[in-house]
Design a protein around this ligand. Structure first.
Ligand SMILES: *[C@@H]1O[C@H](CO)[C@@H](O)[C@H](O)[C@H]1NC(C)=O
Ligand SMILES: *[C@@H]1O[C@H](CO)[C@@H](O)[C@H](O)[C@H]1NC(C)=O
Ligand SMILES: *[C@@H]1O[C@H](CO)[C@@H](O)[C@H](O)[C@H]1NC(C)=O
Length: 279
Protein backbone atom coordinates (compact mmCIF):
# COMPACT_ATOMS: atom_id res chain seq x y z
CA UNK A 1 0.00 0.00 0.00
CA UNK A 2 3.47 1.44 -0.06
CA UNK A 3 1.36 0.60 -1.23
CA UNK A 4 -2.37 -0.74 -2.26
CA UNK A 5 -2.97 -0.45 -1.24
CA UNK A 6 -3.80 2.85 -0.64
CA UNK A 7 -4.41 3.29 -4.27
CA UNK A 8 -7.43 1.09 -3.96
CA UNK A 9 -8.40 2.91 -0.85
CA UNK A 10 -7.84 6.22 -2.60
CA UNK A 11 -10.08 5.04 -5.37
CA UNK A 12 -12.68 4.08 -2.85
CA UNK A 13 -12.56 7.48 -1.19
CA UNK A 14 -12.78 9.30 -4.50
CA UNK A 15 -15.82 7.24 -5.36
CA UNK A 16 -17.38 8.29 -2.09
CA UNK A 17 -16.49 11.90 -2.66
CA UNK A 18 -18.17 12.13 -6.02
CA UNK A 19 -21.24 10.56 -4.52
CA UNK A 20 -21.05 7.42 -6.60
CA UNK A 21 -21.29 5.09 -3.69
CA UNK A 22 -24.16 3.32 -5.34
CA UNK A 23 -22.31 3.08 -8.62
CA UNK A 24 -20.96 -0.40 -9.04
CA UNK A 25 -17.60 -1.11 -7.49
CA UNK A 26 -17.20 -4.07 -9.75
CA UNK A 27 -14.24 -4.89 -11.94
CA UNK A 28 -13.01 -1.78 -13.77
CA UNK A 29 -14.55 -1.80 -17.27
CA UNK A 30 -12.09 -2.53 -20.09
CA UNK A 31 -9.62 -3.88 -17.55
CA UNK A 32 -7.91 -6.13 -20.08
CA UNK A 33 -7.24 -3.26 -22.48
CA UNK A 34 -6.05 -1.03 -19.67
CA UNK A 35 -3.68 -3.59 -18.16
CA UNK A 36 -2.24 -4.82 -21.45
CA UNK A 37 -2.00 -1.22 -22.76
CA UNK A 38 -0.20 -0.02 -19.64
CA UNK A 39 2.12 -3.01 -19.90
CA UNK A 40 3.07 -2.11 -23.50
CA UNK A 41 3.42 1.52 -22.48
CA UNK A 42 5.79 0.48 -19.70
CA UNK A 43 8.03 -1.85 -21.73
CA UNK A 44 8.06 0.49 -24.73
CA UNK A 45 8.38 3.97 -23.22
CA UNK A 46 9.05 3.76 -19.49
CA UNK A 47 11.50 0.92 -19.18
CA UNK A 48 12.44 -0.51 -22.60
CA UNK A 49 15.12 -2.76 -21.13
CA UNK A 50 12.48 -4.98 -19.53
CA UNK A 51 11.89 -8.06 -21.68
CA UNK A 52 8.50 -9.49 -20.89
CA UNK A 53 5.44 -10.76 -22.72
CA UNK A 54 2.46 -8.55 -21.88
CA UNK A 55 -0.16 -10.92 -23.29
CA UNK A 56 1.27 -13.76 -21.24
CA UNK A 57 1.19 -11.66 -18.09
CA UNK A 58 -2.46 -10.86 -18.69
CA UNK A 59 -3.22 -14.53 -19.31
CA UNK A 60 -1.63 -15.54 -16.01
CA UNK A 61 -3.36 -12.73 -14.14
CA UNK A 62 -6.76 -13.65 -15.54
CA UNK A 63 -6.28 -17.32 -14.76
CA UNK A 64 -5.41 -16.57 -11.15
CA UNK A 65 -8.46 -14.41 -10.61
CA UNK A 66 -11.02 -16.29 -12.63
CA UNK A 67 -10.10 -19.92 -12.03
CA UNK A 68 -9.11 -19.88 -8.40
CA UNK A 69 -10.02 -23.05 -6.54
CA UNK A 70 -12.73 -21.51 -4.38
CA UNK A 71 -14.38 -18.12 -4.58
CA UNK A 72 -13.35 -17.25 -1.04
CA UNK A 73 -9.79 -18.50 -1.30
CA UNK A 74 -6.96 -15.99 -1.43
CA UNK A 75 -5.92 -15.39 -5.02
CA UNK A 76 -2.41 -16.66 -5.67
CA UNK A 77 -0.65 -14.46 -8.23
CA UNK A 78 2.70 -16.24 -8.13
CA UNK A 79 2.36 -17.48 -11.73
CA UNK A 80 2.08 -13.89 -12.89
CA UNK A 81 4.88 -12.60 -10.69
CA UNK A 82 7.12 -15.41 -11.92
CA UNK A 83 6.77 -14.01 -15.45
CA UNK A 84 8.02 -10.57 -14.34
CA UNK A 85 11.74 -10.70 -13.54
CA UNK A 86 12.04 -7.05 -12.56
CA UNK A 87 14.74 -5.63 -10.31
CA UNK A 88 15.25 -2.02 -9.28
CA UNK A 89 18.40 -0.07 -8.53
CA UNK A 90 19.78 0.27 -5.01
CA UNK A 91 19.32 3.48 -3.00
CA UNK A 92 16.03 4.32 -4.70
CA UNK A 93 13.15 2.64 -2.86
CA UNK A 94 10.63 4.96 -1.30
CA UNK A 95 8.14 3.47 1.15
CA UNK A 96 5.29 5.46 2.64
CA UNK A 97 2.24 5.21 4.78
CA UNK A 98 -0.61 7.72 4.98
CA UNK A 99 1.38 10.26 2.96
CA UNK A 100 0.20 9.39 -0.53
CA UNK A 101 -0.27 12.89 -1.97
CA UNK A 102 2.98 14.24 -0.64
CA UNK A 103 4.77 11.06 -1.72
CA UNK A 104 3.67 11.73 -5.30
CA UNK A 105 5.05 15.26 -5.36
CA UNK A 106 8.21 14.14 -3.57
CA UNK A 107 8.84 11.35 -6.07
CA UNK A 108 8.16 13.83 -8.89
CA UNK A 109 10.93 16.20 -7.76
CA UNK A 110 13.37 13.62 -6.41
CA UNK A 111 13.40 11.76 -9.70
CA UNK A 112 15.65 8.92 -8.60
CA UNK A 113 13.05 7.48 -6.21
CA UNK A 114 11.18 4.30 -7.01
CA UNK A 115 7.83 3.64 -5.43
CA UNK A 116 5.71 0.57 -5.89
CA UNK A 117 3.81 2.44 -8.61
CA UNK A 118 7.02 2.68 -10.65
CA UNK A 119 7.36 -1.08 -10.88
CA UNK A 120 5.62 -2.83 -13.77
CA UNK A 121 3.01 -4.44 -11.54
CA UNK A 122 2.26 -1.21 -9.71
CA UNK A 123 2.07 0.67 -13.01
CA UNK A 124 -0.30 -1.86 -14.59
CA UNK A 125 -2.77 -2.23 -11.74
CA UNK A 126 -2.77 1.21 -10.11
CA UNK A 127 -6.33 2.36 -9.29
CA UNK A 128 -7.99 -0.71 -10.83
CA UNK A 129 -10.52 -2.97 -9.18
CA UNK A 130 -11.24 -6.58 -10.09
CA UNK A 131 -12.71 -9.79 -8.79
CA UNK A 132 -13.97 -13.11 -10.10
CA UNK A 133 -17.54 -14.26 -9.73
CA UNK A 134 -18.89 -16.67 -7.21
CA UNK A 135 -20.88 -18.97 -9.47
CA UNK A 136 -19.62 -18.21 -12.96
CA UNK A 137 -16.29 -17.84 -14.64
CA UNK A 138 -15.10 -14.44 -15.81
CA UNK A 139 -14.68 -11.16 -13.98
CA UNK A 140 -17.39 -9.73 -11.76
CA UNK A 141 -18.19 -6.53 -13.63
CA UNK A 142 -21.32 -5.64 -11.73
CA UNK A 143 -19.95 -5.86 -8.19
CA UNK A 144 -16.98 -6.97 -6.14
CA UNK A 145 -16.82 -7.78 -2.44
CA UNK A 146 -16.32 -4.62 -0.38
CA UNK A 147 -12.75 -3.82 0.46
CA UNK A 148 -12.98 -4.25 4.21
CA UNK A 149 -14.86 -7.52 4.09
CA UNK A 150 -11.93 -9.81 3.60
CA UNK A 151 -8.19 -9.95 3.56
CA UNK A 152 -8.81 -12.46 0.79
CA UNK A 153 -9.86 -9.62 -1.48
CA UNK A 154 -8.25 -10.23 -4.88
CA UNK A 155 -7.07 -6.61 -5.16
CA UNK A 156 -5.56 -6.64 -1.69
CA UNK A 157 -3.80 -9.94 -2.37
CA UNK A 158 -2.09 -8.55 -5.45
CA UNK A 159 -0.86 -5.42 -3.67
CA UNK A 160 0.30 -7.49 -0.77
CA UNK A 161 2.35 -9.74 -3.04
CA UNK A 162 3.70 -6.74 -4.96
CA UNK A 163 4.63 -4.91 -1.75
CA UNK A 164 6.39 -7.95 -0.41
CA UNK A 165 8.44 -8.28 -3.60
CA UNK A 166 9.22 -4.59 -3.60
CA UNK A 167 10.56 -4.73 -0.04
CA UNK A 168 12.52 -7.95 -0.53
CA UNK A 169 14.34 -6.45 -3.53
CA UNK A 170 15.14 -3.15 -1.81
CA UNK A 171 18.86 -2.54 -1.35
CA UNK A 172 21.24 0.19 -0.27
CA UNK A 173 19.52 3.11 1.41
CA UNK A 174 15.79 3.15 1.57
CA UNK A 175 13.51 6.01 2.53
CA UNK A 176 10.28 5.77 4.53
CA UNK A 177 7.85 8.67 4.53
CA UNK A 178 5.54 8.67 7.57
CA UNK A 179 2.74 10.99 8.63
CA UNK A 180 3.49 12.68 11.98
CA UNK A 181 0.05 14.31 12.12
CA UNK A 182 -1.70 11.08 13.03
CA UNK A 183 -1.25 8.78 15.95
CA UNK A 184 0.12 5.42 14.89
CA UNK A 185 2.17 6.92 12.08
CA UNK A 186 3.87 3.53 12.12
CA UNK A 187 0.90 1.23 11.99
CA UNK A 188 1.44 -2.51 12.22
CA UNK A 189 -1.74 -3.04 10.19
CA UNK A 190 -0.59 -0.91 7.27
CA UNK A 191 1.08 -2.42 4.22
CA UNK A 192 4.36 -0.92 5.36
CA UNK A 193 4.02 -2.20 8.92
CA UNK A 194 2.59 -5.62 8.16
CA UNK A 195 4.32 -6.62 4.92
CA UNK A 196 7.11 -4.37 3.75
CA UNK A 197 9.00 -3.94 7.00
CA UNK A 198 9.17 -7.70 7.48
CA UNK A 199 10.30 -8.13 3.87
CA UNK A 200 13.31 -5.82 4.20
CA UNK A 201 16.60 -7.65 4.42
CA UNK A 202 19.19 -6.17 6.82
CA UNK A 203 21.98 -7.67 4.70
CA UNK A 204 20.83 -5.84 1.58
CA UNK A 205 19.71 -2.58 3.16
CA UNK A 206 22.40 -0.14 4.34
CA UNK A 207 20.23 2.49 6.00
CA UNK A 208 16.55 2.91 6.66
CA UNK A 209 16.13 6.68 6.43
CA UNK A 210 12.84 7.64 8.07
CA UNK A 211 11.30 11.01 7.27
CA UNK A 212 8.46 12.12 9.49
CA UNK A 213 6.30 14.79 7.94
CA UNK A 214 3.46 16.65 9.63
CA UNK A 215 0.78 18.83 8.09
CA UNK A 216 1.97 22.45 8.06
CA UNK A 217 -0.92 23.43 10.34
CA UNK A 218 -0.41 20.39 12.59
CA UNK A 219 -1.37 18.51 14.61
CA UNK A 220 2.20 17.59 15.55
CA UNK A 221 1.36 14.23 16.98
CA UNK A 222 4.42 12.08 16.36
CA UNK A 223 8.11 12.64 15.80
CA UNK A 224 11.25 10.53 15.70
CA UNK A 225 11.28 10.15 19.46
CA UNK A 226 7.55 10.19 20.12
CA UNK A 227 4.77 7.71 19.61
CA UNK A 228 4.76 4.75 17.27
CA UNK A 229 7.85 5.90 15.36
CA UNK A 230 9.92 5.10 18.43
CA UNK A 231 8.45 1.59 18.18
CA UNK A 232 9.52 1.36 14.54
CA UNK A 233 13.05 2.35 15.48
CA UNK A 234 13.01 -0.31 18.17
CA UNK A 235 12.03 -2.94 15.58
CA UNK A 236 14.77 -1.76 13.22
CA UNK A 237 17.35 -1.91 16.01
CA UNK A 238 16.37 -5.38 17.07
CA UNK A 239 16.65 -6.64 13.50
CA UNK A 240 20.09 -5.11 13.03
CA UNK A 241 19.25 -2.29 10.64
CA UNK A 242 21.11 0.99 10.57
CA UNK A 243 18.70 3.89 10.48
CA UNK A 244 18.30 7.65 10.58
CA UNK A 245 15.19 9.64 11.37
CA UNK A 246 14.47 13.26 10.52
CA UNK A 247 11.44 15.45 10.76
CA UNK A 248 10.80 18.78 9.08
CA UNK A 249 12.79 17.81 6.00
CA UNK A 250 13.22 21.04 4.05
CA UNK A 251 12.32 19.66 0.63
CA UNK A 252 9.13 18.15 1.99
CA UNK A 253 8.16 21.40 3.72
CA UNK A 254 8.76 23.40 0.55
CA UNK A 255 6.59 20.97 -1.40
CA UNK A 256 3.82 21.41 1.14
CA UNK A 257 4.18 25.20 0.93
CA UNK A 258 3.95 25.10 -2.86
CA UNK A 259 0.56 23.46 -2.46
CA UNK A 260 -0.50 25.77 0.35
CA UNK A 261 1.49 29.05 0.23
CA UNK A 262 -0.92 30.91 2.51
CA UNK A 263 0.06 28.80 5.53
CA UNK A 264 1.71 30.93 8.21
CA UNK A 265 4.67 28.56 8.45
CA UNK A 266 5.33 29.28 4.75
CA UNK A 267 5.33 33.06 5.17
CA UNK A 268 8.89 33.21 6.44
CA UNK A 269 10.20 32.10 3.05
CA UNK A 270 7.75 34.32 1.21
CA UNK A 271 8.74 37.47 3.12
CA UNK A 272 12.38 36.56 2.64
CA UNK A 273 11.81 36.53 -1.10
CA UNK A 274 9.99 39.87 -1.20
CA UNK A 275 12.70 41.41 0.95
CA UNK A 276 15.25 40.22 -1.58
CA UNK A 277 13.24 41.81 -4.37
CA UNK A 278 13.03 45.14 -2.54
CA UNK A 279 16.80 45.33 -2.36
C1 LIG B 1 -17.84 -16.99 0.81
O1 LIG B 1 -17.94 -16.27 2.03
C2 LIG B 1 -19.22 -15.66 2.23
C3 LIG B 1 -19.13 -14.79 3.48
O2 LIG B 1 -18.32 -15.38 4.47
C4 LIG B 1 -20.29 -16.74 2.32
O3 LIG B 1 -21.55 -16.14 2.48
C5 LIG B 1 -20.27 -17.55 1.00
O4 LIG B 1 -21.20 -18.60 1.08
C6 LIG B 1 -18.88 -18.11 0.73
N1 LIG B 1 -18.87 -18.71 -0.60
C7 LIG B 1 -18.27 -19.89 -0.86
C8 LIG B 1 -18.35 -20.35 -2.27
O5 LIG B 1 -17.69 -20.52 0.00
C1 LIG C 1 -1.67 12.82 7.26
O1 LIG C 1 -2.87 12.06 7.36
C2 LIG C 1 -4.04 12.86 7.33
C3 LIG C 1 -5.21 11.93 7.61
O2 LIG C 1 -5.17 10.83 6.75
C4 LIG C 1 -4.13 13.55 5.97
O3 LIG C 1 -5.28 14.37 5.90
C5 LIG C 1 -2.88 14.40 5.75
O4 LIG C 1 -2.90 14.96 4.46
C6 LIG C 1 -1.62 13.56 5.93
N1 LIG C 1 -0.47 14.44 5.94
C7 LIG C 1 0.56 14.31 5.09
C8 LIG C 1 1.66 15.27 5.27
O5 LIG C 1 0.58 13.45 4.24
C1 LIG D 1 22.86 6.40 2.96
O1 LIG D 1 22.34 7.00 4.13
C2 LIG D 1 23.35 7.42 5.04
C3 LIG D 1 22.65 7.92 6.28
O2 LIG D 1 21.65 8.85 5.97
C4 LIG D 1 24.20 8.50 4.35
O3 LIG D 1 25.23 8.91 5.24
C5 LIG D 1 24.81 7.93 3.06
O4 LIG D 1 25.48 8.97 2.38
C6 LIG D 1 23.69 7.39 2.18
N1 LIG D 1 24.29 6.73 1.03
C7 LIG D 1 23.81 6.89 -0.20
C8 LIG D 1 24.47 6.12 -1.29
O5 LIG D 1 22.86 7.65 -0.43
Amino acid sequence: MSSFQTSFFGFFISQLCVGQLRAQLGTTPNIKHIVVGRCYNYITLVNPSLRIDCEEIWRRFEESVVFRSSFNATVDYSQMFDAIPQTWPCNTCLFWSKTRNLMHSYAAVERHFWTLEDTLVGFMFNDLVWCGQEKHSGFGFSSCPPWAASTHHPVYSLWRHASQNFAEMACGNITVLLNGSISNAFNRESMFGSVELDGLDPCRVDYVNIKVVTNLEGPFTESCSKGSIADLIQVLRSRGFRWTCTHNDETLMILQCVQNPEQSSCQRCASGFSHGRDL
